[in-house]
Write a protein that binds this ligand. Structure first.
Ligand SMILES: C[S@@+](CC[C@H](N)C(=O)[O-])C[C@H]1O[C@@H](n2cnc3c(N)ncnc32)[C@H](O)[C@@H]1O
Length: 238
């Protein structure tokens, strides 16, 4: 029987991307993706969580950054449905001296963890994939809520919509005139970077993300813009 995960359209794309994925991310964000993940890692660690999941971890940069930043012992997990991405993540984690990270193949809409297992679920640049025009959005958010302990935190770093009309105009120009041609050239994957640019250009405002989270049961939802609102960090508490 076909694996239901592998029949999902984005799965094909994320299985094809990996070899140059990290390098292209650094180029198209002018290196800022590292700073944004660092900020998300610090936010995840603020509450000294004992068990942390990097959801849709890709090549593992968020959870590896958490491992490098953590000043306490925490159990660290990364989950993704792209095996090539997970292979790269595993290779990075092997170079860590202090922390072990458990990487798992799995689908965000059916998390292989018991209720209340994590004190923190972090997600970097994958919330848009899981929620924008995705019919499984309510299921994914219900799953994140389920695997968090009461009082646990969901930390999201994602592209966003700048509040100012002028900045939003330049942000969309940058997406279409820089990110798309550069991503297409470096990856030879036109479809993936068209999807990235169009979903980022039309993605939800911080207020709409807050509504999604509140409707899923989260409370105390906060938002911190990064780089004039081109990206931002949302925190939601179970
Ligand atoms: C844009 S990448 C972000 C990867 C990584 N978090 C980062 O910061 O670079 C999106 C990731 O989400 C994963 N993904 C998308 N939908 C998923 C799902 N339903 N279940 C698990 N992983 C998923 C993809 O395989 C991909 O690795």
């Amino acid at each position: 029987m076909a694996d239901p995960v592998q029949s999902k359209p984005l799965h094909v794309m994320f299985t094809a991307l990996p070899p140059r994925y990290d390098m292209i991310n650094h180029v198209i964000t002018l290196g800022m993706d590292r700073d944004w993940r660092n900020a998300a890692a610090r936010t995840c660690l603020e509450s000294r969580p004992n068990r942390i999941l990097d959801l849709a971890c890709g090549t593992g940069d968020l959870i590896v950054t958490i491992a490098r930043t953590a000043k306490h012992n925490a159990e660290l997990f990364g989950l993704d449905y792209s095996e090539p991405m997970l292979n790269i993540a595993q290779a990075k984690a092997k170079q860590l001296k202090q922390h072990d990270i458990t990487f798992m193949y799995g689908d965000a809409s059916k998390l292989p963890f018991p209720d209340g297992y994590f004190d923190c679920v972090g997600i970097s640049f994958a919330f848009r994939n899981l929620t924008y025009q995705n019919p499984l959005t309510p299921t994914v958010l219900t799953e994140v809520y389920r695997v968090l302990v009461s009082g646990g935190r969901f930390v999201i770093v994602e592209s966003s919509q700048p509040k100012s009309t002028i900045i939003r105009f330049f942000f969309r120009m940058y997406l279409r005139c820089f990110v798309y041609p550069v991503g297409r050239l470096l990856s030879s994957n036109k479809g993936a970077y068209r999807y990235l640019v169009e979903s980022a250009a039309r993605f939800y405002t911080p207020e709409q993300v807050k509504d999604l989270l509140v409707n899923a049961g989260f409370r105390k939802v906060t938002y911190r813009p990064l780089f004039f609102g081109a990206a931002g960090i949302h925190v939601a508490v179970k």
